[in-house]
Design a protein around this ligand. Sequence first.
Ligand code: ARG
Length: 460
Amino acid sequence: SEQKLWGGRFEARTDSLVEQYTASVETDKHFAVQDIAGSKAHAAMLAAQGILTREEAQTLRNGLDQVADEILQGSFEWRDDLEDVHMNVEKRLTDIVGETGQKLHTGRSRNDQVALGFRLLVSERVTAWQGHLCGVIQALVEQARQHVQTILPGYTHLQPAQPVSLAQHLLAYATMFQRDWERLNDAQKRIRVSPLGAAALAGTTYPLDPQAVADELGFETVFANSMDAVADRDFVLEPLFGASCIAMHLSRLCEEIVLWANPGFGFVRLPDAFATGSSIMPQKKNPDVAEIMRGKTGHVYGALMGLLTTLKGLPLTYNRDLQEDKAPFLEADRTVGLSLEIMARMVPELEFLPEPMRRATRAGFLNATEFADYLVGKGLPFRQAHHITGQAVAAAERAQCGLEDLSLAQFREFSPLVDEDIYAVLDYAAAVNRRQTPGGTGAGSVEHQIATLSRWLEMV
Ligand code: ARG
């Protein structure tokens, strides 16, 4: 094959297996459009600074548009022997516009170029994740609206603890995903920094205007240190941590969907479109979507751990190891993007079953705290109230009934302070709605959370 673009000092040609091994064409295809946008901004800036003529810059920009069209239409011929997106594009550009194409790389290195193209892609993908997060939050809020008065057992240690509103439970997840959104939004500040002008590592002798490039691309700021600019991949790590957090939150929601679909709970009926059957057991309806989503969490963590490990101990500045940053990001992007989209579609289809939930609140003495608080209200110190309630629970357990099934006479054996009003206090729905502290499970607090999240969704 012909000369490499960097082939001036080489005599022998590259081993063909090495060519394959070192090429990044497959991963680079994903940000070809962004790479070209960066090149167009670079060309315009070179002209504005008098480094190229206006005509040259226009020729380059038109040529780059044509290359982008060819790529989008699928007619572009990618070549592994041209290593990466940058040289594939530059080669084709030069074929189209002639010698002017060879001026595009003035004052630039692939080291700052690749960082710019990849930052553009990462920022776009992170924005897409943010959009998908809003879809999931929206779906959770809509379900919560329907279930402010639906009560179910709240658990600690997966043991019955206190009754809660289903809306409160769903809004806990909405709150996690909102935090994920904010986390990504914070990261955007550090992703959307243009590294162009750092050149290979030391800056350049041409009078470049890095801010002009940032402005054309919609990035707010530019690099502060040229060596950091080409060596830094924090802008990939942060989104990968954000993605890991999203995957972790999704996996916890999935786990609850799996549990709740189990007849032992029977809290939710899965939509047919999001479940699968068994090839041998005719009765089966399995929560495979939730299981697979839970399972995919590992890939996302793997992407974060993989890139952290790639970066560990790398000396300044650019090292070819950095090329290994694309695959983990693309993997996390595929997984998290699709998982969020599917979750946003599945949540509205989940059929929550208030009756089994209500029945479940009656097993496990979820109103024991109410009894203790009742005694405190009658003047008993909390520790004594706790102890007496424990004795009442033990008695009810022996009798295989709930606290609310004990007679007044039985209650009075534990404490003479108990009156007929205890039965209203032990009511499970009343226990939920008594918790009106900010962020609590009471209807007022839950309605407030729904309103706050809805307003937030309209704002972002
Ligand atoms: N394909 C490379 C990457 O993804 C582009 C930068 C290559 N720079 C170099 N000097 N070989 O990191």
